[in-house]
Write a protein that binds this ligand. Structure first.
Ligand SMILES: [Zn+2]
Length: 189
């Protein structure tokens, strides 16, 4: 067990609602928790891995930005917590992600591109989630995800009350991305 360092809590008004924000330092990385305060007994939980292009620049190559907005709206309404993990590009980082995008421009799908660059199809690690959830004393959640592997990963840290789907809109750029998620990564879309 490595040391988890927590910042002070602060208010964060957003277009979705007013949340409390807290930062965590863990193994040289900085992560965020954004939650409705006070938390309900069984909060919604969204574990979101950083996607700079989708979350910030509105990229249509993936559904990360829409998923995050939908999650924040639901958390504002029903009560819950979003953990924003700094593991860009399924854990390969921004530099390699852009190289993977270049391969996708040549016809590789998202999984093939990561494999061609010498990575696993998904390099993400969720260990810090368990530590943050126990920091807040959260032991049961409604998990917001379409990813069965994430349900499995989270079930080691917390009791899963239910899985809640997030259905982000399709567009002409993310059709292959969503198809690969569904067919190769087992997402329930
Ligand atoms: Zn994305």
């Amino acid at each position: 067990m490595t040391a988890l360092k927590a910042s002070q809590k602060a208010k964060l008004p957003t277009r979705h609602g007013i949340f409390t924000i807290q930062a965590f330092a863990h193994e040289g990385k900085e992560h965020l928790a954004i939650f409705s305060d006070p938390l309900p007994p069984v909060p919604l939980l969204r574990v979101h891995s950083e996607c700079l292009t989708g979350d910030v620049f509105g990229s249509l190559k993936c559904d990360c930005g829409s998923e995050l907005s939908i999650a924040m709206e639901r958390i504002a309404k029903e009560g819950g917590i979003a953990l924003y993990l700094r593991q860009e590009g399924r854990g390969i980082g921004l530099f390699h992600k852009v190289n993977a995008y270049a391969l996708q421009d040549q016809g590789y799908d998202t999984v093939e591109a990561n494999l061609a660059l010498g990575f696993k199809e998904d390099e993400r690690n969720y260990e810090v989630v368990g530590e943050i959830l126990s920091f807040y004393g959260i032991d049961e959640v409604k998990l917001l995800t379409n990813n069965p592997k994430k349900v499995e990963a989270m079930s080691h840290f917390v009791k899963i009350h239910s899985r809640e789907a997030i259905l982000a809109p399709h567009n002409c750029y993310n059709e292959n991305y969503l198809k690969t998620k569904q067919e190769k990564l087992g997402h329930l879309l």
